[in-house]
Design a protein around this ligand. Structure first.
Ligand code: FCB
Length: 460
């Protein structure tokens, strides 16, 4: 099973999840520093310190990438390093990313930076955070500062990672920083994040004419327990609207879907829109990043295991029944086949845009055994199944151009702290020792072969 020529093979990380060094070289707190210090907010009381100590081990980690044969490295730039306290630009913060980009380029690895992977400067949250329009303008200033330094060396920029999480987990359910539970603020945050994307994209276009710019969304295929039950169908529509179409439609079609606007009317989405917002937001992206981990299976019958309803504003009666599918250590259903349909839906129902899977991965309980090996056959099977699903979409005409495994390293998995290991490389957080897992050498081979060999994941 071979992928198209020029298919981009990579791995992903994010600043707060790996860097540590949160008080070094002028960095100031982000909302995640504040949130993770709050008792009970993060599993085991973990924080982004030390994370994987990547700030200090950057060149060692680039060597790891090079040894694996990774072609593209998706990382994020920390706003609180570059514009600490949302005040002056901090050259020392930019120095780190300049060193990273140059080290990658010297190793023949394409840098693939994301400008916002959830680490809003706390100083901006103190002024209202993403619930305020002003934050989008401050994002554009930050982007200009980064482009001023790196615009001549980076070919592909991503504005935001998963604005759904920033908005609805950050301001709706409060499961993520800043931990607010205000549905109207969540809706405002979604709009202001989209505005930030559009403003940032225009800054990038203005400062680096040859660069490509996109954003990354976490999209979820939604299916309902009983398609003949009108209540289930309605819950499915609302959740698909908030999870997927609220972000896809303004960016790719220039407008919010009418049904989503109506659903969010009580939370004031319509009142936030100024005359040219949608024009700003729909500046045509050069690519769209998709993060795919799992699908959503919903019903109109809430049960004890239902997700926090505030994540799906206006879908208070949603239930998330179990289907007996195998699950990852994050307790997420494994359902690779749904990825094909998701990619086809984008291809068939939205204007053409090159697609990249910018995250896909799974946490399992990986352990280093006495002989120093980490055998993670489940992860190999997980990746192989998702690559097959992606390939099936390509065969049906989908313009999918790359795949990035999440993640290079075990890291700080947000509210789960260090309890969920997604890496191709095991990290002992006490010693910071890196141990490539079996999946690392397997994925190396996939990248080198530009595809899968027959039965080569059957070690499971
Ligand atoms: C995604 C995030 C990423 C990581 C994975 C497991 O939602 O973008 O940072 O936590 O989930």
């Amino acid at each position: 099973m071979t992928f198209p020529d020029e298919f981009v093979w990579g791995v992903s990380t994010a600043a707060y999840q790996i860097e540590g060094a949160t008080t070094v070289d002028g960095r100031r707190p982000s909302i995640w520093d504040t949130f993770s210090a709050r008792p009970g907010a993060v599993a085991c009381g973990d924080t982004g310190e030390p994370a994987a100590d990547h700030y200090r081990r950057m060149s060692e980690d680039v060597t790891l990438l090079a040894d694996l044969g990774v072609r593209a490295y998706r990382f994020s730039i920390a706003w609180p390093r570059v514009v600490p306290d949302a005040a002056e630009v901090n050259p020392a913060g930019l120095d780190f990313y300049e060193r990273l980009v140059d080290t990658l380029l010297q190793a023949g690895i394409t840098p693939w930076p994301t400008l916002y992977h959830w680490d809003l400067p706390q100083a901006l949250e103190d002024r209202g955070g993403w619930a305020e329009r002003e934050t989008a303008y401050r994002f554009a200033d930050y982007v200009a500062a980064v482009l001023g330094r790196l615009g001549d060396r980076v070919g592909t920029w991503t504005t935001l990672n998963e604005p759904w999480c920033s908005a609805f987990l950050g301001y709706g359910s409060g499961r993520h920083a800043p931990g607010r539970t205000e549905p109207a603020a969540a809706v405002a945050a979604a709009h202001h994040l989209l505005l930030a994307h559009g403003l940032g994209a225009s800054v990038i276009r203005g400062q680096a004419r040859a660069a490509r710019v996109g954003l990354t969304l976490n999209l979820f295929p939604v299916s309902v327990a009983d398609p003949d039950n009108a209540g289930d169908v309605e819950v499915g529509r609302r959740i698909d609207g908030l999870q997927n179409r609220l972000f896809l439609d303004p960016v790719l079609r220039g407008g919010y879907p009418a049904d989503v606007l109506a659903d969010l009317e009580p939370y004031g989405l319509g009142r936030l829109l100024t005359a040219d917002d949608l024009e700003v937001i729909s500046v045509p992206p050069d690519l769209l990043g998709i993060n795919y981990y799992r699908d959503l299976y919903v019903s109109s019958v809430p049960d004890a295991r239902s997700g926090p309803p505030s994540e799906w504003v206006g879908a208070e009666n949603a239930g998330f029944p179990r289907r007996g599918l195998p699950r990852t250590d994050s307790d997420w259903d494994i359902n690779a086949g749904e990825l094909t349909g998701l990619l086809l839906r984008l291809h068939e129902t939205y204007p053409p845009v090159p697609l990249y899977l910018t995250e896909n991965g799974a946490a399992f309980r990986d352990r280093v055994s006495a002989d120093g090996a980490v055998s993670d056959a489940e992860r190999i099977a997980f990746i192989a199944d998702h690559l097959r699903a992606a390939h099936a979409a390509i065969e049906r005409g989908v313009d999918l151009r790359g795949y990035f495994y999440w993640s290079l390293l075990d890291n700080f998995e947000w509210a789960e702290g260090y309890t969920k290991r997604f890496g191709l490389v095991h990290v002992d957080f006490a010693t910071q020792r890196r141990t490539p897992k079996a999946s690392a050498s397997w994925y190396s081979q996939v990248m080198a072969d530009n595809g899968l060999r027959e039965h080569d994941d059957r070690a499971r």
